[in-house]
Design a protein around this ligand. Sequence first.
Ligand SMILES: C[S@@+](CC[C@H](N)C(=O)[O-])C[C@H]1O[C@@H](n2cnc3c(N)ncnc32)[C@H](O)[C@@H]1O
Length: 259
Amino acid sequence: MSKLSKAQYRTHQQACDLLTKDRLTEDDRWFVLENWQESARHVNSQAGAFFTPPMLARDFAIETCGPRIIDLCAGIGMLAFMAWNKSDWGRQPIELVCVEQNPDYVEVGRKVLPEATWIVGDIFALPNLGHFDCAIGNPPFGATPRAGTGPRYRGRAFEYHVIDVASDIADWGTFIIPQTSAPFRYSGQPHYEWRPGETYEAFRKQTGIELGANCGIDCDFHKDGWRGVAPTVEIVTADFQLAREARRPAQVDLFEAVA
Ligand SMILES: C[S@@+](CC[C@H](N)C(=O)[O-])C[C@H]1O[C@@H](n2cnc3c(N)ncnc32)[C@H](O)[C@@H]1O
C-alpha cells in the first residue's frame, strides 16, 4: 500500500462511493477510472499493478481491432473500457473478455465495464475462451513473480510471456511494454529508430513473434499520468497469424517432392 496524498485519498473515496451504486453512468465510470487508486489496498509494486493513464489507454485503443477482444491482465479494465468507448459504446460490434487475477480489481472492473465478461484468474492458466480477433494488455513488466510461463518463451520478462500466451488465442496483439523490450525506440526520442536488443531477439527466435510499431503514439506524452512510477514504454503490435505460420514446421513442397 502506498501513501496517498490528501487529494488522492479524497477522490479515491468519492470513487468508492460511486462504486456502491448499482449502475454507473458514463461520467461515473470515467471518474472511477481516473481516480480509483490501485495502491489504496494493495502493494501494487509487488504485483506490477500500475494502471495505464486513461489518456494513454485512449490513444492505445487506436491500435485495437475487433470484434472479439481479450484484455490479459486487465486491472479494472482501463484498456478494455477505451476499446468499448471506441466502439461507440457497443454500437459497433464488439465483445470484450477481461482476465485479471486480483478479485478486488475485478469487482471494480465489473462496475466500470459491465458489458465485458470478467474472469478472475491467472492468464497462465486460462480456460478455453475460444479465439479472439485481438489480444490487448499492459501486463506487469520484467521479473515480476508469476506462477506460469508462456508456451515457448523461456526468459524472465513477464511481458514476453503474456504476448506468447496471446499468440495462441488471438490473430492480432497490441501491448504496452517497456521501451527496452520493444525492438524500436520512438517515445521520448527525436525520431523512430529500429533497435532490437538481445532479449527481444531471443524472444523472437523462441516464439516466432515479430513485434511491430504502432501508428505513431509517443507514450512519453503521458508519462506524468502514471501513479507512483514514470516508465518509458512503447505500444507494440503483433500479427499472430504470421507468427503461427512461422512456427509451423517447414512443409515439403509437393512439386519439389515429385520432381
Ligand atoms: C500493469 S497492471 C495493468 C492493468 C490494466 N491492464 C491497465 O492497463 O490499467 C497489470 C495487472 O496485471 C495483473 N496480473 C498480474 N499477474 C497476473 C496474472 N498472472 N494473471 C492475471 N492478471 C495478472 C495485476 O493484478 C495488475 O492488475
